[in-house]
Design a binder for this molecule. Structure first.
Ligand code: PAF
Length: 281
């Protein structure tokens, strides 16, 4: 039976009781508007843990525009129903006043510039907001393992850094991106795309696939020029397209054995991101 919990004390009691029985706790933080991508993560967490907790909290601190926060899709009943069907044990709806209290102020430590590039450059303060809420949620849930999707690669890198720097007792698990049959990376934001825009957005996966196919075979500058031109020629408005080092997130000028291609672009009013691992051949 899935339980809906809104109170941190009730959640703590539940988790502590489970842990006293030697159970492991898998945790998936979400902002709701669940899709197959989230459910794939939930399934993996359920396989790897005795108890699964999913939180649903639209975190205002990580939004750059009030309008984006207001427009973020919310559907509590539908989300809970989907999680019940997956056999999740607890759906946690944290309350803002319980997440950040005078005894539990938002965490603050240096991300050493990881937060200033790519998504961070486009969305100042975004990762600070993510780190603050995920840290607060970790304190509430006390998970054994926490799961994050690799579509938000930079988020995963930064949260790994947080776990390491603050020595948090949790294993962070990164789960591969789930795609629609046509290749579009699943995202809650896709709900805001018209059918026509959903087709236009396919230029992202096409461009990433082009990069994967030609990485290491064409000089880097030429490869990036061709890929960027491809997006410029589409209806999408390119924000950035970079090939980066997997650990430092720094843009590469030369080919190295492994790298990540990452892209962000506006499709109509909706900002989409995607990425793909590149292996030089
Ligand atoms: O990836 C997300 O949905 C959010 O950034 C997260 C991790 C739930 C924090 O609000």
């Amino acid at each position: 039976m899935t339980q809906e919990i809104n109170e941190v004390l009730r959640l703590s009691e539940y988790v502590q009781a489970a842990k006293l029985k030697g159970k492991t706790v898998g945790f998936i933080p979400t902002m709701g508007a669940l899709h197959e991508g989230h459910l794939a993560i939930v399934r993996q967490a359920r396989q790897e843990n005795n108890v699964t907790v999913v939180s649903i909290y639209v975190n205002e601190r990580q939004f750059n525009h009030a309008e984006d926060f207001v427009k973020y899709p919310r559907n509590r009943e539908r989300d809970v129903h989907l999680l019940q069907e997956e056999g999740v044990d607890v759906v946690y709806f944290p309350q803002t006043e319980q997440l950040f209290t005078p005894e539990n102020l938002p965490v603050n430590f240096s991300l050493k510039g990881l937060e200033d590039v790519l998504e961070g450059a486009a969305r100042p303060g975004h990762f600070k907001g993510v780190v603050e809420v995920v840290h607060a949620l970790f304190l509430h849930v006390q998970p054994t393992k926490a799961y994050f999707g690799l579509k938000d690669f930079q988020q995963v890198t930064i949260l790994r850094k947080m776990v390491k720097e603050l020595n948090l007792p949790v294993d962070l698990v990164a789960v591969p991106t789930v795609r629609a049959e046509n290749g579009l990376a699943l995202s809650s934001r896709n709900q805001r795309l018209s059918e026509c825009e959903q087709n236009e957005a396919l230029v992202l996966i096409q461009t990433l696939s082009f990069l994967k196919q030609h990485y290491g075979k064409i000089p880097m500058k030429e490869l990036l020029d061709q890929a960027r031109t491809n997006i410029h020629q589409s209806p999408l408005k390119l924000d950035y397209l970079e090939i980066i080092d997997l650990e430092t997130l720094i843009s590469l000028a030369e080919v190295q054995p492994q790298a990540l291609a990452c892209v962000a672009a506006f499709c109509g009013e909706v900002r989409l991101i995607d990425n793909m691992l590149l292996i030089a051949q």
